[in-house]
Write a protein that binds this ligand. Structure first.
Ligand code: GDG
Length: 467
């Protein structure tokens, strides 16, 4: 078995057994690497006075974790700049929030070179290299330019935008051209893959070959959808833990016989949290009998607080939930519990289970793992109902959820109402079908499918011509 090297922007070291406060991507990567005794390479999350290029190596649970520190300017231009102020909003269809600064692009290229230089000495001839996400699109090209001939794959965790949007990005051709240095380029869904293909065909004079590969810029690459899943086995352990049981009990007591709607998100404008709160308010106004009988628990953990759009979002959300509460609350009932505190994964499992309706209503989302965790956490005799945005990648797979248009308050309010009234037999039937998918298409299947496609591309000698 080849060794697997996973490269991602930031590494939160795999937690030792028992500890479990990692986010979704980190959890997925630890689970993906476990059986490969692989290497996980990325930024430590720390800043250093001046960039040294030194790597810190650590062994955690059979995985070699290799990290490098970045300097302040790198973090500002590459991470807070090009990644989070340019690509993230643009790829989530928010050109109104997208900032185009030359210095961001320069920082992005510089850090990708730094990643390539630092990673180079760690690469052995048989290694398979798997690059994660929009922070590192140019890394494959940088490695090829340094003579790396290994199989290199890339996976995009977020959507690929419509071509009209990406055309607003200065040097969009250069960014797309970088992707043609990989052997396989993975997307969450066919929808994002097709959007990429459409750019290549219409804006880069590319063509689709009969075997599904695409050709442009004098190179050929295989684009393919690999929907990511959760670590279903790991999640089952969280769900059965004492901490999960305690948080379930605490949550159930606090419901006091009311029904609970639940949102769990990174506090991000792509997640549609404001729109969800407004839909919830509309439901209350149009169905006054539901008042006092239901409430919304919205857990939104803060991220990317160095970026203005995120600071604005926190203030907006707090103001909105405050207004809705002020206008609708009664002396012994509050409609929205607005929580920013981070919870452990076990606590979250208990909270998910106590919910009657899970609201996953992003305006645009690569996949959305919360939808899958919500399903995995339910109790099979009395499962909650999942309301899911049509614009989350997860909606392509999770057809038995109540699929909604998150831009329509009426649509979301109707689905909540339907979920609250759904008979238990229908809830069980829908949940069983969803759970089968969550268990089958888990993170291990995702990794295996991707690695198999990459090995196949390598073995078939399908690698693009090397520079
Ligand atoms: C990107 C793409 C794609 C949330 N609150 C707490 C907490 N979380 C965890 C959730 C979940 C994760 O964060 C969020 O994952 P998502 O998939 O929903 O969203 P992104 O962070 O935007 O992830 C997305 C994903 O990459 C993977 O490819 O699905 O589309 O945008 O796991 O549980 N975790 C803990 N405490 C919290 O309070 N421990």
């Amino acid at each position: 078995m080849s060794r697997l090297i996973v490269v991602s922007n930031r590494i939160s070291p795999p937690a030792p057994e028992g500890a479990s406060s990692q986010g979704g991507l980190a959890m997925a990567m630890s689970a993906a690497l476990r059986e490969y005794s692989g290497v996980w390479f990325g930024w430590s999350g720390e800043s250093t006075g001046q960039y040294t290029g030194q790597i810190a190596m650590q062994r955690v649970n059979g995985i070699t974790v290799a990290t490098l520190d970045l300097e302040e300017q790198d973090i500002e231009e590459y991470y807070n700049g090009y990644a989070n102020r340019t690509l993230w909003p643009l790829f989530h269809y928010r050109i109104d929030l997208t900032q185009y600064e030359r210095s961001f692009g320069e920082g992005y290229e510089r850090v990708n070179k730094r990643f390539a230089e630092t990673l180079l000495p760690l690469i052995e001839p048989d290694d398979i290299i798997w690059v994660q996400d929009y922070h590192l699109i140019p890394l494959g090209r940088e490695l090829r330019e340094r003579g790396v001939k290994n199989a290199i794959g890339f996976f995009l965790h977020i959507p690929w935008p419509a071509r009209e949007l990406i055309l607003t990005l200065p040097r969009h051709r250069q960014l797309v051209e970088s992707l043609f240095h990989y052997d396989v380029v993975g997307f969450q869904t066919d929808e994002w893959k097709n959007a990429f293909q459409s750019y290549v065909v219409y804006d880069a004079d590319g063509m689709t070959l009969s075997d599904g590969r695409i050709r442009a810029f004098g190179r050929t690459v295989r684009p393919q959808a690999f929907p990511i899943g959760i670590d279903a086995k790991g999640f089952a352990a969280f769900k059965n833990s004492d901490v999960a049981q305690e948080s379930f009990t605490r949550m159930t007591e606090s419901k006091a016989g009311r029904k609970m709607l639940l949102g769990v998100d990174r506090l991000d404008y792509s997640k549609g949290i404001d729109e969800r709160m407004l839909a919830f308010e509309r439901l209350l106004i149009e169905n006054p009998k539901l008042k006092r009988k239901i409430f919304l628990l919205q857990i939104s953990t803060r991220t990317r607080e160095d970026v203005e759009a995120y600071q604005d979002m926190i203030h907006r959300l707090d103001a909105l939930s405050g207004r809705i509460n002020g206008a609708n609350a009664e002396m012994d009932w509050i409609p929205i519990r607005n929580v920013h505190r981070m919870h452990s994964r076990e606590e979250l499992a208990g909270i998910y289970r106590a919910a009657d309706v899970g609201l996953v209503t992003p305006l645009r989302d690569g996949m959305n793992l919360v939808a899958k965790e919500f399903v995995a956490a339910q109790n099979e005799t009395d499962p909650g109902v999942l309301v899911l945005s049509r614009f989350a990648g997860a909606a392509q797979q999770m057809r038995e959820a109540l699929i909604v248009n998150p831009f329509s308050q009426e649509d979301v309010a109707d689905a909540i109402k339907r979920g609250l009234a759904m008979p238990v037999a229908e809830r069980r039937r829908r949940w069983r079908a969803l759970m089968d998918g969550v268990e089958k298409d888990d993170v291990v299947a995702w990794r295996d499918n991707f690695v198999a496609a990459l090995e196949e591309a390598r073995d078939a000698g399908l690698k693009p011509p090397r520079p």
